[in-house]
Design a protein around this ligand. Structure first.
Ligand code: PLP
Length: 439
């Protein structure tokens, strides 16, 4: 018996021993097609030789140098390459070890930015329901997943939550997508006015909603309107691309498709592609200047920020994404996978919606297709689908999000960008078996 503290104490997972391409093998030799890249992490698959070599070389050359004393070549090069490809006026990169840390840093930077500018009243954060921004206390407070929040509610900072942009459920009959987007964005302005604009520091959202909601792209114009509203009231726009960034949706950064740039951008998962734990917070020149010309010190920091081995891995991943234009491949293969899913499951009585962008695809399962009504949460449909798929040798990521007080069951597919056609067939085949077994 191991002394590892597992996620689920009642059922222990198999021991993974080897990765090859899109597959993970357990100790019995069983192969699992990693159709969700864990949770949208393994964008290059599990055996990329260039990233492995970069990690090996860096650890042999310099494993660690504390950022309180030193900078490092891989961190500088990765920051420069990220900024060279980043939208808007994003200008500086703050490296952390994962997504929650990136969001924590973003929240604290937003607060410090307003303090540095002599605007201490701005302390309120606005976020969206059915969102996930991480599990540390600040990030958890920002998230809108009631199940995750509930036990820790007394420990969380006060955050306002508006509705997500969730066309499948919230667009009204007869309403155009554009009108719906403007109506959804209007909730932000209403909430800013309710709180008093001088009290609001930032709004945080995922450009394409991931965990909790299942790969939900925004309707056209929604984020442009959000950007206008933030600008009108001096509220910072934080975009959380921890899951949807790094080429996953067909652009290096998901917000590019919306024609907006944030003041602060959070990335993680695909940045290290699973080869190293790394995340990053990118901020605008204006925010950086406020710190540089003010106190000169961002009052935050972790021991492992800018870890040279992690940034060396991130640099190798980013070079690969750019050199092989893997974001375009994600778009192309995502289109094929979506088509295959629609052909096979589009008319299934319990498949309500198949949506997404690039290789970031969500399937929403419903009790009643016509009414789009969710299953009884007690049935645990998403968990059953995960288990049945896993038995069949398929890793897909289950999600149960709160949907107007009820649970919605989703499955997220986010396979590596190196996915091939025969693996699309394998996903469809194994998913069909899982759906037949679980529903
Ligand atoms: N933000 C988003 C959008 C996420 O999907 C996640 C993780 O799923 C996080 C933040 C937290 O990232 P991590 O688990 O690396 O702390």
């Amino acid at each position: 018996m191991s002394h590892v503290f597992p996620r689920h104490t009642h059922r222990l997972p198999p021991r993974a021993v080897r990765g090859q391409g899109c597959y993970i093998f357990d100790e019995t030799g069983k192969a699992y097609l990693d159709a969700s890249g864990g949770a949208a992490v393994s964008c290059l698959g599990h055996s990329d030789p260039d990233v492995i070599a970069a990690v090996q070389n860096q650890v042999a050359q310099l494993a660690f140098a504390h950022t309180g004393f030193f900078t490092s070549g891989p961190s500088e090069d990765l920051a420069d390459l990220l900024i060279a490809n980043a939208p808007g006026s994003l200008d500086r990169v703050y490296f952390v070890s994962g997504g929650s840390e990136a969001v924590e840093a973003a929240i604290k930077l937003a607060r410090q930015y307003h303090l540095e500018r002599g605007d201490p009243g701005r302390r309120r954060l606005i976020a969206r329901r059915q969102s996930y921004h991480g599990n540390t206390l600040g990030a958890l407070a920002a998230g809108g997943n009631q199940w995750r929040r509930q036990p820790f509610e007394p420990l969380l900072i006060e955050v306002s939550h508006i509705a997500p942009c969730y066309e499948y459920v919230l667009r009204e009959a007869g309403e155009s997508a554009e009108d719906y987007g403007l109506r959804a964005a209007q909730e932000l302005e209403d909430e800013i006015l309710r709180l008093g604009p001088g009290n609001v520091m930032a709004f945080i959202a995922e450009p394409v909603g991931g965990a909790t909601i299942g790969a939900v792209p925004p309707v056209p114009g929604y984020f442009r309107r959000i950007r206008e509203i933030c600008d009108r009231y001096g509220v910072l726009l934080i975009l959380d691309e921890v899951m949807c960034g790094m080429g996953r949706t067909g652009h290096l950064f998901a917000c590019e498709a919306e024609g907006v740039a944030p003041d602060i951008l959070c990335i993680a998962k695909g940045l290290g592609a699973g080869y190293q734990p790394i995340g990053a917070m990118l901020c605008s020149k204006e925010i950086y200047s406020a710190i540089e010309e003010g106190s000169g010190f961002f009052q935050h920091g972790h021991t492992y920020l800018g870890h040279p081995v992690a940034t060396a891995a991130g640099l190798a991943v980013l070079r690969k994404l750019l050199d092989a234009d893997l974001a375009a491949r994600s778009a192309r293969m995502g289109e094929r996978l979506s088509l295959a899913l629609r052909d096979t499951f589009g008319q299934h009585p319990h498949v309500g919606d198949i949506r997404g962008r690039g290789l970031f695809i969500g399937m929403e399962f419903v009790a009643d297709r016509e009414r789009k009504s969710p299953f009884d949460p007690a049935l645990g449909i998403a968990a059953r689908l995960k288990a049945a798929a896993f038995d069949a040798g398929l890793v897909c990521y289950p999600m149960s999000g709160t949907r107007d007080g009820k649970l919605g069951d989703h499955v997220l597919l986010a396979p590596p960008f190196i996915l091939e056609d025969r693996q699309i067939e394998e996903i469809i085949d194994k998913l069909a078996r899982a759906i037949a077994a679980a529903l």
